[in-house]
Design a binder for this molecule. Structure first.
Ligand code: MG
Length: 365
């Protein structure tokens, strides 16, 4: 038994590195909620979770007032019982589950427990969580935001290709279908074939509009059509997936393993984009990834490249990591990129080298 003897949660704001817009929102700042744990054998674990602008204080309140005290009850919980702790904490929040705030709070604790587990074992996350391959393909989203001009999109895609990256993602959902097509065609003509182009509508379309745009996009050879519809419309995604040859990608707005099961069982997800923070941590993330494997579906997680690099590297059906750097202001090292691939860190723990001074300077609560 290894008891948790100290546990704390706090919130910082991390500025965005560049303007990021899509069809429904602008990413203003990353609210980042941390959990630090210390065990009686002197080990430490740091986990985190995030929002792209609102709700961070609610996550923090749930942690401070309800979840963290449970970790410290009765002389401290056994930090090695990671599944048990997730199960018990989830059960203790039944009044507010399944829900975004609860899943984000559980993720901050669960990632801290995995950091501890990996450090105690002396293993990096990508090995302890499965160990499939250390380097995973990386695609760029940072050059594909909706406010960028077609020329800027082309420049971003050509830069990515020149750097050896296998693909880019472009936001769609302009007012008129022709505008989307013009932007996508400009990029396809510039990069040629043999390069992945993904598109993302951020849940902005009606079923009819998504069907119309998918038909217009088909000649462009897209690798996936992401979040065309509201995330709770499983039937709509299933119908769209049947009506188009473009793979339908979902998952960044799902908050439980069961929601993924529903999507997969109904043929509504051709690509699974499970987000380790939004689904409640590494423990449920791995369950979703293995579930997807049984449906012969690839996992291309949403955002959080610094953590997802190790998780995609852990599983056989990991296909891509999304390039959106967001932790450089609060870390001492950067995620390694080699020949268009992200390299999972080989140090014990989550492999994120936090900068405590930079974190303290951004502390809000
Ligand atoms: Mg997306």
């Amino acid at each position: 038994m290894t008891r948790i003897v100290e546990a704390s949660a706090y919130l910082i704001d991390i500025e965005v590195e560049t303007l990021r817009t899509d069809a429904v929102q602008s990413f203003v700042k990353q609210e980042t909620v941390f959990v630090d744990l210390v065990t009686d054998d002197g080990n430490t674990g740091t986990g985190y979770s995030y929002t792209i602008g609102t709700g961070g204080t609610s996550v923090l309140a749930l942690l401070r007032e309800h979840l963290i005290p449970r970790l410290l009850d009765h002389g401290g919980a056994d930090a090695t019982l990671v599944e048990r702790l997730w199960f018990d904490l989830f059960a203790s929040t039944r009044a507010t589950t399944v829900g975004a705030i609860t899943s984000l709070a559980l993720a901050a604790i669960d990632t801290a427990l995995w950091d501890l587990r990996c450090k105690r074992a002396g293993e990096p996350l990508w090995r302890l969580a499965g160990g499939f391959r250390q380097e995973v393909p990386l695609y760029d989203t940072e050059g594909g935001w909706l406010h960028l001009s077609p020329d800027e999109l082309v420049r971003g895609a050509l830069d990515a290709r020149a750097a050896g990256w296998p693909g880019v993602k472009l936001k769609v959902g302009k007012e008129r279908v022709e505008q989307d097509v013009e932007r996508l065609r400009a990029v396809r003509e510039a990069v040629g074939q043999g390069f992945d182009i993904m598109v993302d509508a951020n849940q902005s379309m009606t079923a009819a509009e998504a069907r119309r745009r998918a038909a217009a996009f088909e000649p462009l050879g897209l690798s996936w059509f992401e979040e065309p519809l509201p995330a709770d419309d499983v039937a709509g995604h299933a119908a769209l997936a049947r009506s188009t040859s473009i793979p339908v990608a979902v998952g960044e707005s799902l908050y439980s393993v069961g929601q993924f099961r529903e999507y997969l069982a109904r043929g509504a997800a051709s690509i699974v984009q499970v987000d380790v923070a939004r689904v409640g941590g590494i423990t449920p993330w791995l369950k979703v990834a293995h579930l997807a494997e049984t449906f012969n579906v690839h996992v291309c997680p949403h955002f959080l490249m610094e953590l997802h690099v190790s998780l995609v590297a852990a599983i056989p059906n990991g296909r891509y990591v999304e390039h959106i750097p967001q932790l450089r202001a609060v870390t001492r090292g950067q995620m390694q990129i080699r020949d268009g691939h992200a390299v999972a860190p080989d140090v014990p723990g989550l492999g994120i080298d936090w900068n405590p001074d930079a974190i303290d300077a951004r502390r809000r609560a």
